[in-house]
Ligand binder design. Structure first.
Ligand SMILES: [Zn+2]
Length: 459
């Protein structure tokens, strides 16, 4: 059992002072007492404490290519699809060890910026020529190992990728590292469940890559298989990131992707629709009404020129959302939340667009919404500092200039909207104090291994 003491903490009802947080040996919050004194031996946090946010969408290996696709090609208009060609070239040579080194470096960065759980949308399964490794889960083990080593909680979402386009088109050679049919996919998730189900920091879900990469039959089989393991496990899918994807889906089925999904499957709170960027009014209502989570990745969606999610409309319908750093062009919950709001401001020429009558503080509103949506989407009890939830929280540096004189929701507003210096000081995940005063015990070793892996890849 460990006690943590915060001079102020964001609890479900709002900010409270002098909060004693007691964590049991499983890493759950046993009790939370505002207006307390620090117990003997309590770890004193040196600034305001907040529940840690989930990063619900990550492709870890892409961290190593952030910044390498920003040189315009000659003679062609760059788009998501030209970026994807570069990404395919990059991943063709990656070894499991390199993927592990990249993931560990990334996960340290996530922790230090305030994320406490990652949803890893894991599609790099096989060797470069498409032959499975002797252990089907080889790549996954390196990714999970990186999470375990750094202390970041992980919801692993092995990706079901069977086809290259709508109507069961045969995969391209560049996609052979991703491909599984229903049977092999079932073996993969069965193995992973068996190996990791005892780890309270691990959750298993699945991710049909996109409607274009599966068929109705293959997806139905995968869902049946998943339900045999865990009928509550999360299901994530890339849904409508690009207008070309929407157009191709309409040409194939006469329906837009979200409409097709809802016509063919029972979509509920287990589902996370990643990049629900191009949805119409009716689809926005359908997603909100189904209580699924929209997985929004504002910095990546901006970087790739995807488009703008209709956040105002969706939030007015009480739609749920969470954030992800996806391609890791940025690793910061603050930057994701800020972009979410700023894009809407630019589009509508208004301020404080995502405020509501009940919560006028935009920073607090966004933090709490992404907190709840992320926890739901990753299937973890992390939707706030409450008894019985995982002990996942961060504390800010109370002496940081951007927090001087801030109290209550002005802390969250200042955190989200006032700068690019990181005020996160301490991070606790599942009760484990993994970042202390901005430092992670493994960071030097992990950075060395990362530099070595990048050296090999750039050679
Ligand atoms: Zn993605």
């Amino acid at each position: 059992m460990t006690d943590y003491f915060a001079k102020s903490a964001l609890l479900p009802r709002g900010w409270s002072d002098d909060v004693l947080i007691t964590v049991d040996d499983n890493g759950d919050i046993e009790s939370l007492m505002p207006n307390s004194r620090a117990s003997r031996g309590a770890v004193r946090l040196n600034g305001p404490a907040l529940p840690g946010i989930s990063n619900l969408h990550s492709h870890a290996f892409q961290r190593a290519m952030a910044g390498l696709a920003e040189r315009a090609r000659t003679g062609s208009q760059d788009s998501f699809w030209t970026w994807r060609d570069i990404m395919y070239k990059f991943l063709a040579r990656l070894t499991p060890q390199q993927v592990g080194a990249i993931a560990a470096q990334l996960y340290i960065e996530m922790l230090k910026s305030g994320y406490t759980t990652v949803g890893e949308f894991h599609y790099l399964h096989h060797q470069s020529d498409g032959t499975p490794y002797d252990d089907l889960g080889e790549m996954a083990h390196w990714v999970v190992g990186a999470a375990q080593r750094t202390g970041l909680a992980i919801t692993l979402l092995p990706v079901l990728y069977t086809y290259s386009g709508f109507g069961a088109q045969t995969h391209k050679p560049q996609q052979r590292r991703f491909i599984n049919g229903a049977d092999r996919f079932q073996r993969l998730i069965g193995d992973l469940h068996q190996r990791y189900s005892d780890d309270p920091q691990f959750t298993l879900g699945i991710a049909p890559h996109s409607i274009r990469a599966v068929s109705k039959g293959v997806l139905s089989e995968a869902l049946t298989g998943l339900n045999r393991i865990d009928a509550t496990a999360p299901i994530h899918i890339h849904i409508a990131e690009q207008t070309k994807e929407v157009d191709d889906c309409v040409a194939w089925s006469n329906q837009r992707p979200v409409t097709w999904l809802y016509s063919n499957f029972q979509v509920d709170e287990r589902w996370c629709l990643v990049h629900a960027t191009h949805i119409n009014r009716m689809e926005s209502w359908m997603v909100a009404h189904s209580r699924a989570v929209a997985g929004l990745c504002p910095t990546t969606e901006a970087n790739l020129g995807d488009g703008i999610f209709p956040l105002g409309l969706y939030m007015r319908g009480e739609g749920r959302f969470g954030i992800g750093s996806d391609s890791h062009i940025s690793v910061s919950p603050v930057e994701e939340l800020r972009w979410l709001e700023y894009v809407q401001r630019l589009r509508r020429q208004l301020r404080n667009v995502t405020a509501s009558e009940r919560q006028r503080h935009v920073g607090a509103r966004l933090w709490n919404a992404a907190l709840a949506g992320g926890a739901q989407a990753l299937g973890r009890k992390t939707d706030g500092l409450k008894t019985g939830n995982r002990a996942d929280f961060i504390s800010l540096d109370g002496d940081h200039p951007l927090l001087v004189g801030r109290k209550g929701h002005a802390i969250t507003d200042s955190l989200v909207f006032s700068g690019n210096t990181n005020p996160v000081s301490d991070v606790v995940v599942g009760g484990r104090h993994v970042v202390a005063e901005g430092h992670h015990a493994e960071e030097e070793k992990i950075a060395r291994a990362y530099r070595k892996a990048i050296g090999e890849l750039m050679a």
